[in-house]
Design a protein around this ligand. Structure first.
Ligand SMILES: NC(=O)c1ccc[n+]([C@@H]2O[C@H](COP(=O)([O-])OP(=O)(O)OC[C@H]3O[C@@H](n4cnc5c(N)ncnc54)[C@H](O)[C@@H]3O)[C@@H](O)[C@H]2O)c1
Length: 319
């Protein structure tokens, strides 16, 4: 397959790129090196992919209609689009809601429109990276794709829900086959530096204190990157109709346990500074992955302690 992959220099995008190249696919990777975190980290994420003859990288902004149109004309037709580019992060979206909306909503709409116009070549499959944050403070667990998601509690969550809605519009109007994948807190080598496991490990290794927001009882369904990549890869093969699919671990870990696990992997005590819950943060996430199992044979396998160990090993080497 020839795949247009947006957000190729990011955490999840770079792992998906390598997986697809390893499977003999051709990947046209797009990224604008958004300054949310260091460009050097993103260049490092791309290093392995750049060695592959099946990979072409284009530095472009998905909000730019002309640039995106040219990519579809010059490098298409594509067998699939894997759309992972976004301004990610709940707290960042509260600080810059307009920037978040432009990348995540207008950028997604631009890609959807090109996917049905695209130089006369319609895209046969569109896979969109959505988020568990759309569930907001859902009280029913585990979170199922059937649950109402009308109460987001951050701009980021609202933009991801908007992205799903736009995907549905393009499926309805133009028959574009779309899978919207709701990722549950993804971790592993190259994890975004703003995410808690990464921040905590970095500070613990440096002998610095960590900031714990809330009582430590709030929990996340942490999902290892390889499990996510497996779900994405199957989605690209099987995308038809319109589906929303959770990709999680079905194993929520309380914050206090996550901190202990990270500290153990770092081989040091964590110095914890307790702070109130941050606005926009949900109390817990917990995925029902029954649908992913049925449609994608999805079965997450990575034990949390081992996944954290692998992440910390990568962090030590990257440092
Ligand atoms: N990491 C998680 O836990 C998680 C959870 C749920 C959903 N997601 C979603 O998965 C996707 C990938 O997340 P990630 O953690 O790899 O984040 P990331 O920030 O590492 O990757 C996103 C990439 O998109 C690029 N980008 C941002 N705006 C762009 C624009 N306008 N044009 C082109 N490129 C642009 C960035 O430069 C970055 O490299 C995102 O859509 C995110 O919302 C991630």
């Amino acid at each position: 397959m020839k795949i247009l992959l947006t957000g190729a220099a990011g955490f999840i995008g770079s792992h998906c790129t390598e997986n697809l190249l390893g499977g003999g696919h051709v990947v046209i990777g797009v990224d604008n090196f958004d300054p949310f975190y260091d460009r050097r980290s993103k260049e490092a994420n791309l290093r392995t992919a750049r060695d592959s003859s099946g990979f072409t990288f284009i530095e472009a902004d998905i909000r730019d209609r002309q640039a995106v149109g040219e990519i579809y004309r010059k490098h298409g037709p594509f067998d699939a689009v894997l759309h992972l580019a976004a301004k990610a992060g709940v707290r960042a979206s509260i600080l810059d809601p307009l920037g978040c909306e432009a990348a995540n909503v207008a950028g997604t709409l631009n890609l959807l429109q090109q996917s049905v116009e695209g130089g006369g070549n319609k895209v046969p499959r569109f896979v969109f990276g959505s988020s568990s944050s759309v569930y907001g403070n859902n009280t029913k667990v585990p979170f199922s794709e059937e649950d109402p998601v009308d109460n987001p509690i951050s701009p980021y969550a609202a933009t991801k829900k908007a992205g799903e809605l736009l995907c549905h519009v393009y499926h309805h109007l133009y028959g574009l086959p779309v899978f919207c994948l709701r990722f549950f807190t993804v971790y592993g080598p190259r994890q975004r530096p703003d995410l808690a496991i990464h921040k905590f490990a970095r500070n613990i290794l440096a002998g610095e204190s960590i900031e714990m927001f809330g009582t430590g009882g709030n929990s996340r369904d942490y999902t290892y990157i390889d499990d996510i990549v497996a779900g994405v890869s199957k989605s690209l093969q099987r995308c038809e109709g319109f589906e929303i699919i959770n990709l999680g671990s079905t194993r929520p870990i309380p914050l206090s346990e996550m901190i202990e696990t990270v500290a153990r992997s770092c081989g040091r005590e964590a110095i914890v500074k307790r702070l109130p819950m941050q606005p926009g943060d949900v109390d817990r996430t917990f995925a029902d992955v029954g649908k992913a199992g049925r449609l994608l044979d999805y079965a997450p396998t990575m034990p949390f302690a081992e996944g954290v160990q692998r992440f910390v090993q990568w962090l030590r080497e990257a440092r």
